[in-house]
Design a protein around this ligand. Sequence first.
Ligand SMILES: Nc1ncnc2c1ncn2[C@@H]1O[C@H](COP(=O)(O)OP(=O)(O)O)[C@@H](O)[C@H]1O
Ligand SMILES: [Mg+2]
Length: 389
Amino acid sequence: MRIIVHTGKGGTGKTSISAATALRCAEMGYRTVVVSTDTAHSLADALDIKLGPEPVQVADNLWGQEIDAHYTLDRYWGQVQDYLVRLLTQRGADHIIAEEVTLLPGLEEGAHLLWINHYLNLNQFDVMVVDAAPTAETLRLLSLPDATRWWIEKIINLLTGRTAKVLRPLARTVGAELPDEEAATAVRELFDTLDKVRDLLSDPETASIRLVINAERMVIKETQRTYTYMNLYGFPVDAVICNRLIPAEVEDPYFAAWKAMQAENMTLIEEAFSPLPLLKAPMFNLEIGGLEMLQRLAETLYGDSDPARQMFAGLTHRIEPDGNGGYRLLVALPFADRDDMDLYRSADEITLRVGPYRRNIVLPYALWQLEIKDATFKDNTLNIHFIPA
Ligand SMILES: Nc1ncnc2c1ncn2[C@@H]1O[C@H](COP(=O)(O)OP(=O)(O)O)[C@@H](O)[C@H]1O
Ligand SMILES: [Mg+2]
């Protein structure tokens, strides 16, 4: 099964593009499911059909599903959360606060990614298109297995280990049954599923992450940050989709400034994301809804090509620890000439000039406080060494 994830800032067109991409995949003969958790139910509007928590057939080879985040959360985390909430409230915590603190970070927004594993096991679809939650939340879930591994292990300890001995008599006196083993098993299952989903999403043969943007400065900057973190975590971004470009044939002076701004921002997009392929879609003269509009959108994005294929291989940059508290930022620059290269740095950005081209890379937080020791160019790779100041 191929997995295509569209992520990006709210309103850029993720849902429309997910629907159009899924429709095109279905028309090419792939059994396709498009999945969204948008509480505003906009996937149903895009496909112009009523959807629910179970897949609904939309067209030949095409199913759509609006997953209920609460249902998913409950299924994977509900049992453990109930248990923790009961413990906390017995010890005097306010119920609402107990609910809040026992919510696994990022799970609410990203719970739909857990369905990837479900569909893989089901073996019913060739392509799964994911209309992902807005950027920051999606990333939090994608990084969840690492970021909260220690936290989950602490919970398992709490439930089964030494701490439980302290808690158990206490709980008994207030009359709560303690399903330690069940709760611990549920935690492990969630953890295993997250690991599997992460592995699937990290495998470029299986997954393509696509960044949906508009030609607006704020959107580009925020998406650059997403891209840096995707590279950092090793998720294969293989294209950028720029939506809502005002078409050249629009000559109304009202839109002149918008067109000029978009043209200017195309340069920023090049600097931020090249050499990723850039797909473009125009601003249509009406909202996107119904299969006919989706076909038009797919046509402008993909022409005759197959959206399920991998569009780019490899990472354009990656970050490795140097073993001494520093990091190396490795930037692939095929065809670059070492004598015609400049490097500028601000706290959170690197700008490279290679011949007439510029590349702009947003640095992850861990590198902000570090200084550049040196930069070398070898085997078509620029190696920038960051060390503690
Ligand atoms: N290229 C486009 N031309 C015209 N309308 C668009 C275009 N892309 C998206 N829209 C409209 O903009 C709104 C937001 O798009 P949507 O796909 O729901 O964005 P997101 O899922 O990123 O929030 C919808 O009403 C949609 O029909
Ligand atoms: Mg949406």
